[in-house]
Every structure is written in C-alpha cells, then in structure tokens.
Design a protein around this ligand. Structure first.
Ligand code: 5AD
Ligand code: SF4
Length: 467
C-alpha cells in the first residue's frame, strides 16, 4: 500500500516529467535527429522499446533501419541468460568502430542489463565510450536525460522503484492490429534461478481504470487484438487497494468487446478456478495459455522456489484442458538446474509425455550472479546439459508436430498480420490458439480476421488458403 504523501510525491514527480517533456516538444530540440533501437529479450522489452520510440518521436527524432545512420543508438538489453549478455557485448564491439569514426553519435544502454550495477561496471570497463546508462524504471525520463546529456558517462539507475507512471499514450506500436498492454511491472516470486525480480523490481499493478481506458482507445483505433503483459499476470491487483483481481480484469477487458484478448505470463501457482471460468466463458479471450513448468521434478521445483509440485501442475493442466474447449498450452522448461540428476530430468520428460504441450521454450540453466541458485554447487557438465536439452527438444517437437497435424483439414480463424517472411507471395497470421499460419490470400486482407482452410501442418507452422 502506498502512503498518501508518497502518492502526492509521485504525482508531483510525474507532473515534472510531463512538464519537461512538453517544454522540449515545443523547443523542437531534436527535430531531424535520427534514432536506432536494438532490442533484446522478452515482450516486456519489446514493449518498452515501443515506449522509448514513442517518446523519441514526440521529441522530433525519426527512426532509421541501421545503427550506421543514427545520431543516437539505444541498446535495450536482456539479462535473463548468459547468451543474452553475449549478444549485447557483440553489438557493443561493433559500435566501438562506429564511435571512433563518428564520436558525436550517442550510445545509450538501457533495459535489464543496465539495471545490474555490477554488470554496468563490467560493461563500462570494456566499452568506456557509452554515453548514457539508464535502468528499466527510468524510461519516462529519457527526454530529460537527452536534454542534459553531457560529456562523460551519465548513469541513472533507480532501484526499488515503486511508482507506476501513466504519461498517456506515448507508444509507437510496431503493429496497427495487435498491441501489447502492460498490466503490471516487476515480479515478487523470486524463483531462485531468475534475475527478473532484481532487474524489474517488485510487483506493481497499473490501475484497472487506466488499463481499460488504454484498451478502449486501442479498440477505437481499430486494433483487433491486445496482449496483457506482466511477468506474472495472475498476481495482478494484489498490490492495489479496492481494485480488480486478474480474473475480474480479464472479464472487464472481454466486455469492452475487442476481438482478441491474450495474456502472458501466468504462474501455475496462483492460476485460480475463477480465471479458468472467465477464459472459458468469453469467446474473445483466446484459448491459448503459456504455463511455465520449468521442471517436472519435485526436488528441483522446491530448489527453484516454484511453489507447486509435479502432480499439482498436471492437475491444473488437465483442469484447463477440460474446461476451456480446444485450448492450446505451451510451456517453458529449464534443463541442468544445479545438480539436476538423470532421475530429475526423467520426471521432466514424464510431464512432457503426459501433457503433450503444443510447444515449449527450452533452456539450459544459466547462472545469474546475485540469485540464490548461483550459490548452489553444480557438478553437471556442459555436455550433459546439452545432451538433455537435445533429448528434451526431440520429444517437445514430436508433440508440437502431433498437435499441429490435428489442424490439417480444419477451418481456423486467423488474424493476418503481414507478409510472410518465408514466402513474399503469402501473408502470415495466428490462429486463436496462437499457431503461426502462412496463408495464400490477397494482401488487402492484412489486418483482418479471416477463415482459413488449413492444408498443411508442420512442427512450427501451418499452411492455409483463405476460404
Ligand atoms: N537460466 C535459464 N533459463 C532461465 N529462465 C529464467 N531464468 C533463467 C536462467 N537463469 C527461463 C525460464 C523463464 C523464461 C522466460 O526464461 O524458463 O520462464
Ligand atoms: Fe522469474 Fe519466477 Fe518471476 Fe517468472 S515468476 S519472472 S521465473 S522470478
């Protein structure tokens, strides 16, 4: 709960941000300047980049397709696994030459890596030519930073941010048909392997009235689909007083009448019966649920701090399958958590063989400094971890393929989003159950929900023809 004087302070700060923002807009300080954003990581980061782009364009910046053409380069970074770090270091290496040739170009590091002080120190040692670092809680302050960007490094990283800023519709959304909508920020679950609670802070929900207003506005603008975003959406509202639960929010959004509603990500621990009932009740809540399993071993789940057991996960999975017609369920799985035994791993395979997921994002455990798991002994070799991942992926792909085959010969409602990357003569879109479909159709149908005959099914996509 926030104390009244804190709320006042928050309001004041918010006003100041808006004030600076409007001042700068009037002064046209950045008209004609070009920006390039490189985004790594999850949907949360993608959506943060949409917000950054919106703020920059309101200041007069224009987007460019390559870092070589830009006056400012922003790296919106991800910290979830080691390979995310490596990619950022690779990009920074390329920027080194660029900064030598064009020292006036400003290089800005933001996102989750920027939120970790020790990582920032490491980066700055290797790449001292970075001009500005700001954390995940400071996005709305970009106009201020850009105005004050001076020689030497500028670092602005807030920790334990408790505010939720509502500075109006400032996003430059990637799509005109489907939109991300933040419903909450941060995560309090502290799974022992995960860096997110440290980089994104504690759970903060947006007020339901603000969320509903944003979605009503998107509907008005012609958006067909919204995806409610949060690290753990079913914890929505627990930090607010006299506001809605996630199930109630979902129902209120459904009643707005937007055609498609999705949400990510749900934690199996507090996935309530009420949520399942609401998902089943409304046709515009899509029958697709991403339900991270992480491991099938009770021993590992306990060490991960996941708060459920294997059989509880399977029972929830079955309940959702039973009550939500034609639902598709995907998952996340980590292999090689510290000292995962072959028996533990077999328990994971057992859940996969029981649930036969529509798809799974599979990862090798990556040690994140500062998390409890990073202090656990780990005797498993890299080769063993890779071998487990390989075995897991073979099984996961078999079930994705089997599930997709069931679509062959059916008619599916597909929201067409654009030209297919694989075949320019086709469009691509998604079924209600989030299956990617490459569709033979007239390009003028992009942006519409159409009936598609599914003629072919592969492991990761479907082919179809508009009816
Ligand atoms: N190592 C490997 N995978 C991780 N994830 C989160 N933290 C780690 C880590 N340290 C995975 C989880 C999560 C997904 C977004 O990323 O499966 O659900
Ligand atoms: Fe990380 Fe666990 Fe929170 Fe998901 S629920 S973001 S895995 S701490």
């Amino acid at each position: 709960m926030q104390l009244p004087d804190m709320q006042e302070a928050k309001k004041r700060e918010q006003k100041e941000v808006q004030y600076i923002y409007e001042e700068m807009k009037i002064s046209n300080a950045f008209d004609g300047k070009k920006y390039f954003i490189k985004t790594y990581g999850c949907q949360m980061n993608v959506h943060d980049s949409e917000e950054i782009a919106g703020l920059l364009e309101n200041l007069g910046y224009t987007p460019v397709e390559s870092e070589l053409e830009a006056d400012i380069i922003l790296l919106n970074t991800c910290a979830i696994r080691e390979n995310a770090h490596d990619k950022v270091f690779g990009f920074l290496g390329r920027c080194k030459h660029l900064k030598k040739e064009k020292p006036e170009v400003k290089l800005i590091l933001c996102g989750c890596m920027a939120q970790e002080r020790s990582v920032v120190d490491e980066i700055m040692e290797k790449h001292p030519y970075i001009d500005l670092v700001f954390g995940t809680h400071n996005i709305h302050e970009i106009p201020n930073y850009l105005m004050n960007l001076h020689e030497g490094l500028n670092i602005e990283v807030k920790s334990n941010e408790s505010n939720v800023y509502e500075v109006g519709e400032t996003y430059k959304r990637d799509s005109s048909y489907t939109a991300w909508v933040n419903i909450m920020y941060g995560c309090d679950k502290f799974c022992t392997y995960c860096i997110v609670p440290y980089t994104r802070g504690k759970e903060r929900s947006r007020k339901s009235a603000d969320i509903l207003k944003e979605i009503a506005c998107l509907k008005e603008k012609g958006y067909k689909e919204v995806t409610l975003l949060g690290q753990n959406v079913n914890a929505y509202g627990r930090d607010l007083e006299n506001d809605l639960t996630f199930a109630e929010l979902l129902e209120s959004v459904a009643k707005l009448g937007i055609e498609r509603i999705r949400f990510v990500t749900s934690h199996p621990w507090n996935f309530t019966d009420e949520m399942i009932e609401i998902i089943a009740k409304y046709d515009n809540i899509m029958p697709y649920i991403h339900l991270p399993l992480q491991s099938g071993s009770d021993r590992i789940l306990r060490m991960m701090g996941r708060r459920y057991k294997k059989e509880e996960y399977i029972a929830l999975y079955r309940k959702i399958k039973k009550l939500v017609p034609n639902v598709a369920i995907t998952t996340d799985i980590i292999v090689g958590f510290p000292n995962e035994t072959e028996e533990d791993f077999k328990e994971t395979l057992d859940v996969v063989n029981t649930c036969k997921f529509d798809g799974a994002f599979t990862f090798i455990y990556s040690k994140r400094e500062g998390t409890p798991a990073a202090r656990m002994d780990d005797e498993i070799t890299k080769e063993e971890k890779e071998e487990r991942l390989h075995r897991l992926n073979e099984i996961v792909n078999t079930y994705s393929n089997e599930n997709n085959q069931k679509y062959k010969g059916t008619i599916q409602k597909v929201l067409l989003l654009g030209t297919s990357e694989k075949d320019e003569s086709k469009c691509y879109g998604y079924t209600e159950t989030m299956k990617l479909v490459n569709v033979e159709c007239n390009k003028s149908l992009i942006g519409q929900i159409v009936d598609v005959d599914i003629i072919e099914a592969k492991s990761f996509s479907l082919d179809g023809i508009v009816k």
